[in-house]
Design a protein around this ligand. Structure first.
Ligand code: AMP
Ligand code: MG
Length: 407
């Protein structure tokens, strides 16, 4: 008997996940241009090539001035300064300023070493109009140095700006580019083979006779793999009899797949092609959906997921995604989980942890469908999975549940 589930021959989600992660080996890494690295995981930290900001510069459109000239300025006693230079962003000029003089300056322009404070247009009488000869300052800056962005305020050349294990999205690529970094060391993408099984399946768009359905799990898995930095090298469908599965597994190996993901054919029915023919062990995991799970810890790693679309999606999140990320050396393997309020009651099975697709609303969650792991269309509405503990058998309006964010 399993202590947590009270069910003979059933393992916990954690036991299965640990078995999966114990079999993961990190992939090789390579150096590539920053622009080509979207979605990759860093295997070495990114260090800034420059001080950031690179030079003292203005945070506002306005005037570079000497604080001493304008410290007493107010609407009642304005201070008039001569404008002797104009400094747009990108200029390399560094004009000399005498007391009583100012330079017009735009946001991001290098701040002249002869000045010490910025007066924004908003604190002058004339604003932008007629700002190139004289300026009338009508409010004193709060302090010397106001509105100057100092050189190296954010980091110095050589400082780490992104640690190893970071997934590179747009924000991270921008940080590297801003820091003058042109190349990054990242993991190779895991190569994945996606194999759907079932005699009832037809390619999407094909005419269906009664009993047939469009094959959708490979679209789901290929999409989820792509979202998690993996490259799909084979996407195919095999029937429930014959040598199709064996041939597809051989193709996957020939294509150098690191991971094979099958769907369907692993439960207790009569035509369980994966269960009968793939080199995997098969377990019952105390979760709903996703109870039957196949796993092979060789090369390639093999995941034998159940066939129902919601089971596939949940199994991917709980077991496959952490493995794909660990292979890439990612620092964070888990999705963010937040407590959220329930807006509509539902029942959950005793003895199994439930992962329920939910829609996130303004201040809580609602089930994405009436329930049932075959409801593939509703999966497209789900933003997250509510995680209901093994021992709970119903969820009431107002309850707080853990919610795993997946979008
Ligand atoms: P199985 O475990 O093979 O009995 O599959 C469970 C359910 O999922 C069956 O109703 C299948 O028709 C469905 N299913 C299996 N594979 C797919 C697939 N690739 N696309 C859509 N539905 C599938
Ligand atoms: Mg099947």
């Amino acid at each position: 008997m399993d202590q947590q589930t009270g069910d003979a021959g059933v393992i916990t989600v954690e036991q299965h996940r640990e078995r999966v992660l114990a079999a993961v080996r990190p992939l090789e890494s390579a150096t590539m241009p920053v622009d080509a690295a979207l979605g990759r995981v860093l295997r070495a930290p990114v260090r800034s090539a420059v001080d950031l900001p690179l030079f003292d510069n203005s945070a506002m459109d306005g005037f570079a001035v000497l604080f001493a000239d304008v410290a007493g300025a107010s609407a009642e006693s304005p201070v008039v300064l001569d404008v002797v230079a104009d400094l747009p962003a990108g200029t390399s000029r560094n004009p000399v300023l005498a007391p009583g003089q100012a330079a017009r300056i735009m946001t991001g322009a290098p701040f002249p070493s002869a000045a010490d404070t910025v007066v924004p247009f908003e604190d002058t009488a004339g604003g932008l109009a007629d700002s190139l000869r004289r300026v009338t300052v009508v409010a004193a800056p709060r302090a010397q140095g106001a509105h100057i962005r100092p050189r190296a305020e954010e980091c110095r050349a050589g400082d780490e700006i992104l640690p190893a294990g970071t997934r590179l999205g747009g924000r991270q690529l921008a940080a590297a580019a801003a820091a003058g970094v042109t190349e990054v060391t990242v993991s190779r993408m895991p190569r994945v083979a996606v194999i759907s099984t079932g005699d009832e399946l037809q390619p999407p768009g094909a005419p269906l006779r009664h009993g047939q359905i469009p094959e959708s799990n490979s679209a789901l898995l290929a999409g989820l793999c792509g979202e998690n930095g993996a490259e799909v090298v084979l996407r195919t469908w095999v029937g429930d009899d014959g040598d199709g599965l064996r041939a597809a597994l051989a193709d996957a190996t020939a294509l150098g797949a690191d991971v094979v993901i099958t769907s369907g054919g692993v439960s207790a029915g009569a035509y369980e092609v994966v269960k009968n023919a793939a080199p995997m062990r098969f377990d019952k995991v105390a979760m709903q959906p996703g109870k039957p799970q196949g796993f092979g810890d060789g090369t390639p790693l093999m995941f034998g997921l159940p066939g129902n679309p919601v089971s596939v999606a949940v199994s991917f999140e709980v077991f496959v995604r952490p493995a794909l990320l660990a292979m890439q050396g990612a620092m964070v393997l888990d999705r963010l989980i937040l407590p959220m309020r329930v807006h509509e009651a539902w029942r959950t099975p005793a003895g199994r942890r439930q992962y329920r697709p939910v829609v996130i609303e303004r201040d809580g969650v609602r089930p994405a469908s009436s329930g049932g792991s075959h409801l593939a269309a509703s999966l497209g509405r789900a933003d997250a999975y509510a995680i209901v503990p093994v021992e709970v058998d119903s969820v009431a309006v107002g309850d707080i549940v853990d919610v795993m964010l997946v979008s």
